[in-house]
Design a protein around this ligand. Structure first.
Ligand SMILES: [Zn+2]
Ligand SMILES: [Zn+2]
Length: 370
């Protein structure tokens, strides 16, 4: 009888079951990750509701763990050994396209899970594709040779390293895409885990003024934003966000707008365009699914000479910088690490991130061995 792996499987829309899957035979070109922490993100909330595209699947795409079994070829090729603590990117790139050579796996055709049903992406791939261990809500995850690993720096616990995904998004969107730097004025919309990581990245980069918006429900999160270095916070339900931004920037508007909202429709984009300074601002937006945008004010955008960019994942370099940033312990990370759950509570963990489970959730982790 083969060894078993306990996993939480999504078996239908918003439905999870605990199952025991077979531990696969390990070829020389593969490795096995013993999952310590699998972060739950906003994408999980929206994906969880959708019907399955194939068989059941193990969700969980923000994974940290110890290399438990490492094939010889895998070890030689990746420069890793059993016992190493690593952060696993959710992309499984082809390894030889123009994007992979510069660490931009999110653009690799092989990772285009949205368009290609054969593409493997951790946390999104059906157990139909052998060996099925493609998600972190499981005791083990299977690593083929094209898995992308980052060694976790010393001094960082697995749970802290579990913030690597939102932190790398924060660095990617604020610094690399948004261009936040010394003395920049920044408007960050949405104080969830991504927004809070944008606050840390902007503060670390020397931003002059960081303004964070949220709703009345976000009161606690806005406090955390302040603890991470936000200069001003705005409750958009109680205050007129636009006039407050102009007040806080002496009538100039901001250099950079970072949209970190989820499910807020077109309002954040419209606010961002108006809050941007008169000329040459950059706005990084979230394009949600098939959302339509009638009467998009492209004329305003043009008149302001604004640059519009898309927030979509992160590069290899952003992850390296994120791990470095987290390991510095410059910010009180514990304030955003609000909840951990075992495999039996994956459903509740996802609901909590969606605001319908445990109250006060910011960053939620699944610990498969809890
Ligand atoms: Zn995610
Ligand atoms: Zn590629």
């Amino acid at each position: 009888m083969s060894e078993k792996v306990r996993a939480a499987l999504k078996v239908g829309p918003s439905t999870t079951e605990l199952r025991d899957l077979d531990l696969p035979a390990m070829p020389d070109v593969a490795a096995l990750l013993k999952v310590e922490v699998a972060g739950v993100c906003g994408t999980d909330v929206s994906q969880y509701r959708l019907p399955l595209r194939g068989g059941p699947l193990v969700m969980g795409h923000e994974n940290v763990g110890y290399l438990a079994r490492v094939g010889k070829t895998f070890a030689a090729h990746k420069g890793v050994k059993e016992g190493d603590l690593v952060f696993l990117e959710h992309y499984l790139p082809c390894g030889h396209c123009e994007w992979d050579h510069i660490g931009e796996y999110r653009h690799c055709a092989a990772t285009e899970w949205f368009y290609d049903s054969n593409a493997i992406r951790y946390g999104y791939t059906s157990t139909d594709i052998a060996p099925g261990l493609w998600g972190g809500f499981s005791q083990y995850v299977y690593l083929p040779l094209n898995a992308v690993l980052h060694k976790v720096p010393r001094g960082l616990t697995p749970e802290e390293a579990g913030l690597a995904t939102p932190m790398s998004n924060g660095i990617q969107w604020a610094l690399i895409d948004g261009g936040v730097g010394y003395a920049s004025t920044v408007l960050i919309q949405g104080p969830g885990q991504q927004g809070l990581c944008c606050v840390m990245a902007s503060r670390q980069a020397g931003a002059g003024r960081i303004i964070v918006t949220g709703t009345s429900r976000d009161a606690k999160r806005l406090e955390v934003a302040r603890a991470f270095g936000a200069d001003d916070v705005i409750d958009i339900e109680k205050e007129d966000a636009l006039s407050r931004v102009y007040e806080m920037t002496d009538g100039r508007g901001v250099d950079v707008v970072l949209d970190c909202t989820g499910g807020a429709g077109t309002a954040p984009t419209l606010l961002g365009i108006e809050a941007a300074k008169r000329r040459g601002a950059t706005m990084v937006v979230q394009g949600e699914g098939n959302q339509e945008f009638p009467s998009f004010p492209i004329g305003r955008l043009t008149r302001k000479g604004m640059t519009l960019k898309s927030a979509r994942g992160h590069s290899h370099r952003a992850v390296e910088l994120a791990l470095y940033q987290l390991a510095s312990h410059r910010f009180p990370l514990g304030l955003m690490m609000t909840h951990t759950f075992g495999l039996a509570d994956v459903d509740y963990a996802i609901r909590s991130v969606g605001g319908q489970g445990a109250p006060g959730a910011i960053h939620v982790s699944v610990l498969p061995w809890k």
